[in-house]
Every structure is written in C-alpha cells, then in structure tokens.
Ligand binder design. Structure first.
Ligand SMILES: NC(=O)c1ccc[n+]([C@@H]2O[C@H](COP(=O)([O-])OP(=O)(O)OC[C@H]3O[C@@H](n4cnc5c(N)ncnc54)[C@H](OP(=O)(O)O)[C@@H]3O)[C@@H](O)[C@H]2O)c1
Length: 364
C-alpha cells in the first residue's frame, strides 16, 4: 500500500481548495510504520498500524525519522471527518510532531542530518516512524529544548502566542480571561502571558481533583483560576478590584461558558474564538454589543501558517521566541503521557476522555 505518495487534495466545506503538503512516501527504513485510516470514523477503530513501502530519497528528498507526536483534538476531528480540512484517503493520522533528519538529497540546502524539524503545515501525517518529504514543508527547530516541548510546540504555544499578540495591544498589568485554561493552548497562554507580565484569569470545569489542577496552573504562573460556576457569581466583582477587566477573552469552549465569560470583558474588548470543545454555538447577549461594543473574532493557526508560506520570517521569529522562553524555563510542555506508537489505541481513547488533563504523545 502506498500512503501519502504525491499530493492529496484538501477539502473544506465540500470544495477542493488546494493541495495538501503530505509527505512524499514512507522512508527507506525496514521498520517504517504508520497509523493509517482509509475511512472516517471512531479513531481507535479506523486507524491501523501499517508497514509502508520504501521510498526513494532522490535529489530533493529529506528522510525524517519521527521522534514524538501528540494527539490533538484537531487530529481526532480530522479522522472523524468533521474538521475544516480533510486529506484524501487513505491518510496517515497526526498533524504535529518533531522528527530528526536522517539523510538529505544532494539539492537540499535548508536542513542537514541530525537537525530537528517540525511540519510547517497541517496534513503531514506525523503518526509514523519515517517519512521522505520535501524541505519546503519542514521547519528547523533548535535541538537544545526538551523533546516533549519540541513535539508540542508548533500548534498550541504558537496559537497562544498569536492570540496574545495579534488582537489587542497588551502590556504588563493588563489582563486576559480564558476558558479551558488547563488545555494545551491554555497552559501556553498562562506561561507566555506571565512572561510578558500580563495577568491571566483562568476558567476551568469543576472536577473531583479541582485543587490539583488549580495548583498546577498556579505553578505555571496563572494569577487566578476559577470554575465556570464561579463566573456567574457576584464574587467576581471582588476579583476585579484586584485585577483590571480583561480586554482580551480567549474562547476554546462555546456555549454557556462563553456567554458568561463575555460578561466580564472590558468595554470594546475582543473575544477570540479558537476552539469549540462544548460543541455549542457562541451566544452573545445583545447588551455586550450595545453597551460594551465587544468585538468577536476568530483564529485558526492553520490559516495563519498558510499565509506565511512565501515568507517564513514571522514563523521563524515566533518559534525562536518560544524556544527562548523554553530555555529560560518560562514555557514548559503541557503535562504529557508518553505512549509507544504500538499502543496508539490507549492514547486515542485517553485523548477523547474528559478531565484527563494530560496530552497524549506517541513516541516512535
Ligand atoms: N484555532 C486554532 O488555531 C487552534 C489551535 C490549537 C488548538 N485549537 C483548538 O483548541 C482546543 C483545545 O486544544 P488543545 O490541544 O489545547 O486541547 P487539550 O490539551 O486536549 O485540552 C482540551 C481542553 O478542552 C476542555 N474540554 C473538553 N471538553 C469540554 C467541554 N465539553 N466543555 C468545556 N471544556 C471542555 C478540556 O477540559 P477538561 O479538563 O475539563 O476536560 C481541556 O481543557 C481544541 O478545540 C483545538 O482544536 C485550535
């Protein structure tokens, strides 16, 4: 079976938008395996660990040995067939991860054996042991950061960084409110904001081990951690005696959580929606528009990266900034559970359970 050979087509809303930069083929390795799905459905049921054919490196190929790749909600939605972009099938699962360059063709200039690399765009199919790809779809990473940081850097911390940087001009002392604050993105928001002196008000769902999660987020630099129920209580007024009302709200959830969060946003503040974990629409009280003139925006990292295809300067600048925070100990990987590739079903099931609070990372 030849998976990922050539370029697949990306479907969004049923129309064909362009090419999906998938790896050229499996690499020249006797143990080249990948998690492949031939139809959409429940991930643990439709994914299979398969051996792939050996590929030629050629003059412009880069042989990447994948090291570690997380299971993100977008990966699950892609396999379920509910994500905004879908590869042609069969496809290899996974969009994020870090690999090491093993060998390069004679025309390759931007990477060399030993380098750590991450995919530039979604659709790479990172849940595999090896791939031969073209250098354009790779971004070099410094290899002096921890492996789990590298494996989880290019989606969530980048999303957190862009949302903090691109929608409101925030400075030390300003505040941001976010829900699903214990998510991968949420943990990155807490740490990047803390490094910039921005206060965070972090909303999470109530749970049996609430104090444990509160303590963990506080140790990352969260200023306030509250439950969704607390958002509706009059005591919120006391909180805003200590911290200014947020000009930026980051919405990962939708539904009631979003409506309640919006009540606390500053006049003319912005709410950025980047996730819809509750699978509920965003409902906005008319008062938020009339009396507060709030702005509702959205963010999609995939689109942002696509817009940088011609010029990777801003992408590289962001990655280097984040790596710097990692080296200074100001940005850590989310809590991760490392799972060998062969035990992928355990990782997939765990990633879909509520209150797990740990990112499942496949180790190749
Ligand atoms: N737009 C973009 O560019 C972009 C980029 C990255 C991520 N995302 C999206 O952001 C979201 C989080 O991604 P991630 O990788 O950070 O996820 P993650 O680490 O797996 O965390 C998932 C989070 O969602 C919460 N959650 C799950 N179901 C929920 C529900 N029904 N109601 C409220 N909260 C719920 C979880 O809270 P509990 O602990 O309470 O279960 C947890 O905080 C996903 O929707 C993802 O697709 C978007």
């Amino acid at each position: 079976m030849r998976v990922g050979l050539g370029l697949g087509l990306v479907r969004a809303g049923g129309s064909l938008l362009g090419t999906f930069p998938r790896p050229l083929a499996a690499a020249a390795s006797s143990r080249s395996q990948a998690l492949v799905y031939g139809q959409h459905g429940h991930p643990a049921q439709v994914l299979q660990l398969k051996d792939l054919e050996r590929a030629e490196l050629g003059h412009s190929g880069v042989h990447v040995k994948m090291l570690a790749a997380p299971v993100n909600p977008a990966d699950i939605n892609m396999i379920q067939g509910t994500y905004a972009i879908l590869p042609d099938l069969p496809a290899v699962g996974g969009n994020e991860g870090v690999g090491q360059v093993v060998e390069v063709g004679s025309h390759v200039t931007s990477v060399k054996p030993g380098d750590w690399v991450v995919p530039v765009n979604a659709g790479f199919g990172t849940w595999r042991t090896n791939a031969v790809v073209s250098e354009e779809i790779l971004l070099k990473l410094p290899c002096d950061i921890p492996l789990l940081c590298a494996a989880t850097l290019s989606v969530n911390p980048c999303t957190a960084y862009r949302m903090l940087a691109d929608f409101e001009t925030l400075g030390p002392g300003d505040s941001v409110i976010q829900n699903a604050a214990n998510s991968g993105v949420g943990q990155a928001v807490i740490q990047i904001a803390a490094a910039l002196g921005i206060k965070t008000i972090n909303v999470i769902r109530d749970r049996p081990n609430l104090q444990e999660v509160v303590d963990r987020l506080t140790s990352l630099g969260a200023d306030y951690v509250i439950t969704e129920e607390m958002l509706r209580k009059p005591e919120m007024k006391d909180l805003f005696k200590k911290v200014p009302k947020p000009r930026l709200a980051l919405n990962c959830v939708g539904g009631k959580s979003t409506t309640e969060m919006l009540r606390h946003i500053e006049h003319k503040g912005t709410m950025v929606t980047y996730g819809g974990m509750a699978k509920q629409p965003v409902t906005v009280p008319v008062s938020a528009f009339i009396f507060k003139d709030v702005q509702l925006r959205g963010f999609w990292m995939t689109q942002w990266k696509k817009e940088q295809t011609q010029n990777k300067e801003r992408l590289t600048e962001m990655i280097l900034y984040l790596c710097d925070l990692i080296r200074k100990g100001q940005l850590t990987a989310p809590v991760c559970t490392e799972v060998p590739l062969k035990d992928y079903q355990i990782a997939l099931e765990a990633s879909m359970k509520p209150f797990i609070s740990a990112k499942q990372v496949l180790i190749m």
